[in-house]
Design a protein. Structure first.
Lengths: 591, 180
């Protein structure tokens, strides 16, 4: 028998985990220790290549890793313990699955002989996380661990990215086995996502685009996930074709908000021009978006007269909600590259002057307008001022979920991809603060701002403590209206203004709270003080909680009333009480 | 028109439902069946019949045969959703291929004496069902065929003293020399 005692690849399961992280280029790891992961934490203690960020709640670790992943394009890595550690991760995993964010989550598990025994801090982690991960594994043999870890990284980051969980029982962490570096054979033969688009389909798409009279490009998070090259190609494609372009919430920044072909975001709270363009177009090019219900409104009245081209890496996104005419399965960047090449070689940009004139008329409706106010800060105004104050700076924006999120999407102009982190699919209140922590870890010298609401921010406020511990100067810009604003808006519009449990009677004093955490608290009450306070906030090189008191009853417009079509938007100047009542009347089942 | 106000679009689709038989080749590993079943329950798809067994033990391959119903768009979704699972090798719509054979096996227990007993045996013979267990007052028949034939046989046994039925669910395979 060969003596293995000097083989450098012989090591414990715990050591393999740290080794695999290093082999995959992981520099930061977000986590929270507990009984079932102590061997791994012991290994982390004895090395310095991977830096561990200790959060205050496992959900925070998950969102921090998501923010890290989205702002870098690298996978976010999380380490949590068994039982409650794993169950606390479920929200973040689901969030990452919905928004296609690559996460590798390593969970501890009770020793194999106790699995199924209702042991202390035991839960069926792979069972619980099966529907909220792209894939998951329970590793029962230390000699399978290296292969599974390498496959986990591959699955999380390839194809349509997503979260994966590797559940490692404590005895497997202690056991000694053979490690191997990543190799191709680590991956299931059955898993091979398609990257390159079908050439014949691309030709068909180009023919359609070249014959368009009223085209539109509608892009989504897939362009961001595909990498910076995809955004570059998208910009070039818009330049070459001269087509108007809109984007989902997840895709903001792929095309610059200052670009001349930009229509603004589309969907429920999108601009009038974006939604009307979608409704009346004759050729739609959808790149890396998935026609979700917040985008389409009523599906049977969605862009009724158009031929639709859909580029997506996930075949299950095709024809899920909306039937398309030319599906192209492949990576957005890769397909855009081919599309551009074929378009340049074989097509001429169509004359769409008349279409642009029509769009200019829609634009003139100025759907994002709001009444100015000198006494109270309007939330839209606050975001506009924040945008002006940070324009040209190296800034990353995260958000929570609700009105402030929509206003941020409407009023903050994103010029670059990977700068905008928000919970789109799952709509997770409490996402933004820990996400900002993750972004700041990845970009220590950048300005990282969480545009928050007073309700959302309290869901993960404890991560302020993490920010203080690691000297992460995140800025939490709270639009404080004392309501769950979007809930209140819906109650007003849909439920007879019965504001059932959407008002927070006992908000904390955010300034004192900031001080209690050891960071800086600022409060602004008047529009005249806003610019100065924002300037002060940016200048402070420590975490800041910024309590921006805004108008309590402001609603987020424009809005497609639920169950209505894109051309039935409710615009702000039309949103009188009577118009609002009739737009939402009939209880037409609303999106 | 008196629907409650809702955040969700309560549109009803009226496309007719179709029944399809899907053959799914999967890596035989822990949890793979739970993944398949979880997909159906989680996304609200129907399972009319589900049959699973390892078919190539050397390669750890199992074949899952699922009979499901849904609108054409839903059936297409089901296939794509199955296909994107990591341990799934391939999904073939046997119904769409139009060249497949489906079989099911059932064991049918019938209890009775006298004329009923004689009639049961006569019908079993007509359906080519075999007697695989007998007592003085009962038979267990084994019958193979497509689901419709088995349903018909069971219906006929009911007045003759049907006690219970155990069915395997549908297995399907394509005609001709090619594999899936």
């Amino acid at each position: 028998m060969k003596d293995k005692s000097h083989d450098p690849n012989q090591m414990t399961g715990a050591a393999m985990i740290v080794r695999a992280l290093i082999d995959h280029g992981v520099q930061h790891l977000f986590g929270y220790p507990g009984g079932a992961v102590l061997p791994i934490y012991d290994e982390i203690f004895q090395q310095s290549e991977v830096e561990h960020i200790l959060v205050r709640h496992e959900q925070g670790a998950g969102h921090a890793a998501e923010g890290y992943a989205r702002s870098t394009g690298k996978p976010g890595v999380v380490l949590v313990t068994s039982g409650p550690g794993a169950t606390n991760m479920v929200t973040a995993l689901t969030d990452a699955l919905m928004d296609s964010i690559p996460l590798v989550c390593i969970t501890g598990q009770v020793p194999t002989h106790l699995i199924g025994n209702d042991a202390f801090q035991e839960c069926d982690t792979v069972g619980i996380t099966r529907p909220c991960t792209k894939h998951n594994w329970l590793v029962r043999n230390v000699n399978d661990l290296a292969k599974v870890l390498h496959e986990a990284f591959y699955v999380a980051t390839s194809g349509r990215p997503g979260p994966v969980v590797v559940d490692v029982p404590k005895d497997v962490q202690f056991a000694v086995g053979t490690y191997h570096p990543p190799r191709k054979s680590d991956v299931h033969v059955s898993y091979s996502p398609r990257v390159k688009g079908d050439a014949a389909q691309i030709r068909k798409a180009v023919a359609l685009l070249a014959s368009a009279k009223r085209p539109v490009i509608y892009t989504g998070g897939g362009v961001i996930n595909s990498g910076r090259e995809a955004s570059k190609l998208l910009r070039e494609f818009v330049e070459v074709t001269g087509f108007p372009i809109t984007s989902t919430l997840m895709g903001l920044g792929a095309y610059p908000a200052s670009g001349k072909n930009w229509l603004g975001m589309l969907g429920m709270h999108g601009t009038y021009e974006a939604n009307m363009t979608m409704h009346d177009c004759d050729v739609m090019l959808c790149v890396g978006a998935r026609f979700d219900d917040r985008i389409t409104g009523r599906t049977d009245a969605f862009s009724p007269g158009s031929k639709k081209i859909h580029i997506d890496i996930d075949p299950s996104s095709i024809n899920k909600n909306i039937r398309v005419d030319v599906p192209i399965i492949g990576d957005c960047g890769n397909v855009l590259g081919d599309l551009l090449q074929v378009f340049k070689a074989e097509a001429k940009r169509p004359d769409i002057k008349a279409w642009w004139q029509q769009i200019a008329q829609w634009r003139a409706r100025n759907s994002l307008s709001y009444r100015k106010n000198n006494d109270i800060i309007l939330p839209q105004y606050a975001i506009q001022r924040l945008f002006e104050a940070t324009r040209g700076k190296d800034t990353y924006i995260t958000t929570e979920v609700g009105q402030h999120q929509m206003w941020a999407a409407q009023f903050y102009g994103f010029e670059e991809p990977h700068r905008w982190m928000t919970s789109g699919g799952l709509g997770t209140m409490g996402y933004g603060l820990p996400a900002a922590v993750g972004v700041q870890v990845a970009h220590p010298d950048s300005l990282v701002i969480d545009i928050a609401g007073d309700a959302s921010v309290q869901m993960t406020i404890q991560e302020m403590s993490t920010a203080v511990q690691y000297e992460l100067p995140i800025k939490i810009f709270i639009l404080n209206n004392q309501y769950m604003g979007m809930v209140r808006q819906w109650q007003q519009l849909l439920h007879g203004n019965r504001l059932s449990h959407s008002y927070t009677e006992a908000l904390p004093d955010f300034v004192k709270l900031a001080e209690a955490y050891g960071c800086v608290g600022l409060q602004v009450l008047k529009p005249a003080d806003l610019d100065g306070a924002i300037k002060e906030m940016i200048a402070i090189k420590r975490p800041v909680l910024f309590d921006c008191r805004v108008a309590a009853l402001e609603n987020c417009f424009p809005m497609i009333p639920s169950g209505k079509a894109h051309n039935e938007m409710l615009l702000p100047e039309e949103a009188t009480d009577a118009a609002t009542a009739s737009a939402f009347a009939g209880g037409k089942a609303l999106v | 028109m008196n629907q409650p106000a809702s955040a969700y679009f309560l549109e009803e689709r009226h496309d007719p439902n179709e029944t399809h038989t899907l053959s799914v080749l999967v890596q035989n590993e822990p949890g793979v069946l739970a993944r398949v079943i979880g997909l159906f329950s989680g996304r609200g798809y129907n399972i009319e019949s589900l049959t699973v067994s390892e078919t190539e033990s050397q390669k750890h391959l199992s074949r899952v045969t699922i009979v499901t119903t849904g609108t054409p768009m839903v059936i297409e979704q089901i296939k794509h959703q199955l296909d994107r699972m990591i341990p799934v090798y391939s999904v073939v719509d046997m119904t769409l291929s139009g060249r497949s054979i489906e079989r099911e096996l059932a064991m049918v227990k019938v209890r009775g004496t006298g004329n009923h007993r004689v009639e049961a045996l006569r019908l079993a013979d007509a359906f080519r069902a075999r007697v695989i267990d007998a007592t003085i007052e009962s038979f267990v028949f084994e019958i193979t065929g497509n689901s419709a034939k088995i349903n018909q046989f069971i219906d006929l046994m009911r007045p003759l003293g049907l006690v219970e039925v155990s069915r395997t669910g549908v297995a399907a395979i394509g005609r001709g020399p090619e594999g899936m």
